[in-house]
Design a protein around this ligand. Structure first.
Ligand code: ARG
Length: 457
């Protein structure tokens, strides 16, 4: 392909280090679409004869059918997907194939192919996130009033509802979706026609190729076009943030499925057994979602470090952009699907959750709030009085609302029998009806709003 200038061919090591076909063959659909759009534009502009354009288009269609049926052949001598396809086109239609590369370089070609691929990955992520959100919202609606302990420092803090907890993840995923949508909109510009780096002297029509490939517009600067991988980094940043959210949710499912918690039963279909311990049901899918997050963050780091020192315009380092993106996208798609299945299919053991909420003095804040409200005691003092009550209950091994009134009165005489109504976990969650709070009423409203936003009603 560039033999004219060289006296000797590349060594075996050169061929091996140079070859990207083992991974960039994943771009074959985008590559053929880009070439067909380019050839049609060249013909429309009178740069290519109608006859050659027709032969090229038919040849590319045939190659697409071959790749679809038999996969893409991997020949290191042909370096990459672009040369692999061009070489096959030459075999099929002869010298006219050599005219396809007029007013084009592999630099703008790969930038275009990869953008198309990453744009589709953004769309897949958005769809996967929407499916997981629907699962969360459905379960949150079922459990708007189911009480569980809320934690800070992983210590029982205050009772919350399971619906509220699940809707917290709905919110995280809503932000993730907007990051992918934002990345997709920003990358919606076509680099094709930037050629090697400087543009071309041929009278090409970049608006036409951009339109044909479904881009909003052509990119504005040819140097930037062939050297920019922001779009891939935007995708990986959104993916990394999303993976962190999935990993946190996975961690909660793993904890909740453990015997000491016993808050959920994971579906058999997304769990594994042990080859030695017959009683085991392991949360492997959740653990792998948690593990994959590390690899996705690693992919982001990998491409950031690849790009950080590169001068304009194209450098071969940039060929290393694809493996981390392909890997991260595969892991993210799978993680989203596995998580949607776990959320949709898990059994929530609400009686265990409720008992745990009652066991941890979770309504201590409600006692302090009651003293502020009913006895006009400053909150700091109420906090201290409540601390004494918790100490007493802990020493006796009973719940706060199981302390006899006379013992509470001995701690502070302003406490009266009305306090018991505030100390149940139901009263506690119902009281937290501030906007965004855990009260079943508020959670129900959030679920309704989310269902509308997701088009579920
Ligand atoms: N396989 C190359 C890549 O993925 C295509 C671009 C090659 N351009 C070049 N000037 N060698 O980056």
């Amino acid at each position: 392909m560039w033999g004219g200038r060289f006296a000797a061919g590349p060594s075996a090591i050169m061929r091996e280090i140079n070859a990207s076909i083992p991974f960039d063959k994943a771009l074959w659909r985008e590559d053929i679409a880009g070439s067909r759009a380019h050839a049609a534009m060249l013909a429309a502009q009178g740069i290519l004869s109608a006859e050659d354009a027709a032969a090229i288009d038919a040849g590319l269609a045939e190659i697409a059918a071959e790749y679809e049926a038999d996969g893409v052949p991997e020949d290191w001598n042909l370096e990459d997907i672009h040369m692999t396809t061009e070489s096959r086109l030459t075999a099929l239609i002869g010298p006219a194939a050599g005219r396809l590369h007029t007013a084009r370089s592999r630099n703008d070609q790969v930038a275009t192919d990869f953008r198309l691929w990453v744009r589709a990955a953004c769309e897949r992520a958005e769809a996967g996130l929407a499916a997981l959100q629907r699962a969360l919202v459905t379960r949150a609606g079922e459990h708007a009033g189911s009480i569980m302990p809320g934690f800070t420092h992983l210590q029982t803090a205050q009772p919350v509802t399971l619906g509220h907890h699940l809707m917290a993840y709905y919110e995280m995923l809503r932000r993730d979706r907007s990051r992918f949508a934002d990345a997709r909109a920003r990358m919606d510009e076509c680099p094709l026609g930037s050629a090697a780096l400087a543009g071309t002297g041929f009278p090409i029509d970049r608006e036409a190729t951009a339109r044909a490939l479904g881009f909003a517009r052509p990119t504005a600067n040819s140097l930037d076009s062939v050297s920019d991988r922001d779009f891939a980094l935007d995708y990986l940043q959104a993916a990394a943030q999303c993976a962190l959210h999935l990993s946190r949710l996975a961690e909660e499912l793993i904890l909740w499925a453990s015997q000491p918690f016993g808050f959920i039963r994971l579906p058999d279909t997304l769990s594994t057994g042990s080859s030695i311990m017959p009683q085991k049901k392991n949360p492997d899918a959740a653990e792998l979602v948690r593990g994959h997050a590390g690899r996705i963050v690693g992919a982001l780091t990998s491409l950031m470090v690849t790009m950080k020192g590169l001068p304009l315009a194209y450098s071969k380092d940039m060929q290393d952009d694809k493996p981390p993106v392909f890997e991260a996208a595969g892991l993210l798609d799978l993680s989203l699907a596995a998580m949607a299945g776990m959320i949709a299919e898990s059994g929530f053991r609400t009686e265990r959750m409720r008992a745990a909420a009652e066991a941890g003095f979770a309504t201590a804040t409600d006692l302090a709030d009651w003293l502020v409200r009913e006895a006009d005691i400053p909150f700091r003092e109420a906090h201290h009085i409540t601390g004494e009550a918790v100490k007493l209950a802990e020493n006796r091994g009973v719940a706060l609302d199981a302390l006899p009134l006379e013992d509470l009165k001995a701690i502070d005489e302003r406490i009266d029998e009305r306090v018991f109504a505030a100390l149940s976990v139901e009263a506690s969650v119902a009281a937290r009806a501030s906007y965004g709070g855990t009260a079943p009423l508020r959670v129900g409203e959030q679920v309704e709003a989310a269902r509308r936003a997701l088009g579920m009603d």
